[in-house]
Ligand binder design. Structure first.
Ligand code: UDP
Ligand code: MG
Length: 314
C-alpha cells in the first residue's frame, strides 16, 4: 500500500476540523480510491497551541479513524510555518500534501494533483489563486507589491498568488527537510529546492468556519521575513544610498562655491540645512535598521532552538 500524507496546520479551528475531514474523505472515496486504489490517506493534523477545543476535536477524530488520523499538539502557538515543518517531519507518505483546515484550499483539486505527479511526472503541484475576491483592495495592492519586490531582488522566485496548498513527492519533502534553518519561510523554501513544478489555479473562496488569523501587520512582518530570508540586496541598499548622498553633496558643494563667487556670500538657507541633516539622519537610521534585521535573524539562528515543542502526539 502506498500513502498520501495530508498535513494540516490547525490553530483555534474547533469548528473546521470535522468539516475538513468529511470533505477530504468524500473526495478520497469518490475520486481518489477508484482511480488509484493502491494509495491510502494519512492525516497529520498539527494543533498549533490552540486555546479552544481544537485538540479535543483532533483526539475525537483520531478515535473514530485511528488507522489514518494522527496529530501533533504543540506546547504553545509556534506559528503556521512551525506547524508545516512538524507535519513534514512526521509524514511518511510517498506523496505529501499541505493544506489549510478552513477548506479555503479545495480538496476537489487533490485528484488533479495526484494525476499531475503520477501521470504527468511533475515533482510538485502547487496552487495559486486566480483572483483575490473578497479581499480588501489595500491588501491586494500590498500583496502585489510584495511579489513584485521580492522577485526583483531575490534569486528565489516566488509565484504570484501562490498558496501553501501543494502536493510534493517524497524526494521534494526530503529536500525541504534537509534545510536546517530555524526561521522558516516556506513559500521561499519550496521554491528554493527547485524541481519540476506545475501550478493549478482556482477561485478564492471563503472559510468554512472561524476567522482568519492574519492581521495586516502580520502580513507585513511575514513579507519582511520573506525578503530578509531570501535576499541580501537590502544590505547593499545602504551603500547605494550612501554613494547617492555623497554625489549629491559634492554637486551641492560646487553649486555653493560657484554661487558665492558669482553673487557674493549669501547667508541664510538654514531651513534647507536642517532638512538635509534630518534626511541624512533618517537614511542612516533606516540603513542601520536593515542591518539590524539581518543581525537579529543571524542571532536567533545561532541559538539553535527547536522550531516547535510537541506536547502530545499520536
Ligand atoms: N494557522 C496555524 N498557526 C497560526 C495561524 C494559522 O497553524 O498561528 C493555520 C490555520 O489554522 C489555517 C492555516 O494556518 O489552517 C491558514 O490560516 P488562516 O486561514 O487564518 O489564513 P488565511 O487563509 O486567512 O491566509
Ligand atoms: Mg484560510
Amino acid at each position: 500500500m502506498k500513502k498520501i500524507s495530508i498535513i494540516v496546520p490547525c490553530y483555534n479551528e474547533q469548528a473546521s476540523v470535522a468539516l475538513f475531514y468529511e470533505a477530504v474523505q468524500q473526495v478520497y472515496q469518490t475520486k481518489i480510491q477508484p482511480l488509484w486504489p493502491q494509495y491510502q490517506l494519512e492525516y497529520w493534523l498539527i494543533d498549533d497551541g490552540s486555546t479552544d477545543a481544537t485538540l479535543t476535536a483532533l483526539q475525537k477524530l483520531a478515535q473514530t479513524d485511528p488507522e489514518h488520523v494522527h496529530y501533533v499538539s504543540f506546547s504553545r502557538n509556534f506559528g503556521k510555518e512551525a506547524a508545516l515543518y512538524a507535519g513534514l517531519q512526521h509524514a511518511t507518505g510517498d506523496l505529501v500534501v499541505v493544506m489549510d483546515v478552513d477548506l479555503q484550499d479545495p480538496p476537489t483539486l487533490l485528484p488533479q494533483m495526484i494525476s499531475g505527479i503520477l501521470e504527468e511526472h511533475y515533482d510538485v503541484i502547487g496552487t495559486k489563486r486566480v483572483d483575490r475576491k473578497g479581499e480588501p483592495i489595500i491588501r491586494s495592492f500590498f500583496s502585489n507589491a510584495f511579489y513584485g519586490f521580492i522577485n526583483r531582488i531575490s534569486e528565489t522566485k516566488i509565484e504570484r498568488g501562490a498558496r501553501d496548498y501543494r502536493m510534493m513527492t517524497r524526494q521534494v519533502v526530503d529536500a525541504v527537510l534537509s534545510m536546517p534553518e530555524a526561521n522558516r519561510f516556506s513559500k521561499g523554501l519550496f521554491s528554493w529546492v527547485g524541481f519540476k513544478t506545475k501550478y493549478l489555479s482556482y477561485q478564492n473562496r471563503d472559510r468554512a468556519a472561524g476567522e482568519t488569523h492574519w492581521s495586516f501587520l502580520d502580513l507585513v512582518n511575514y513579507s519582511i521575513d520573506g525578503i530578509i530570508n531570501f535576499s541580501d540586496k537590502p544590505l547593499a541598499a545602504a551603500s547605494f544610498l550612501g554613494i547617492g548622498a555623497f554625489v549629491l553633496a559634492i554637486i551641492a558643494m560646487i553649486f555653493i562655491v560657484v554661487r558665492a563667487l558669482v553673487f557674493g556670500d549669501v547667508t541664510g538657507g538654514w531651513p534647507s540645512l536642517v532638512t538635509i541633516i534630518l534626511m541624512m539622519g533618517g537614511l542612516q537610521l533606516f540603513c542601520l535598521g536593515i542591518v539590524g534585521k539581518y543581525i537579529s535573524k543571524a542571532y536567533l539562528e545561532t541559538k539553535h532552538r527547536p522550531v516547535y515543542i510537541s506536547k502530545q502526539e499520536r
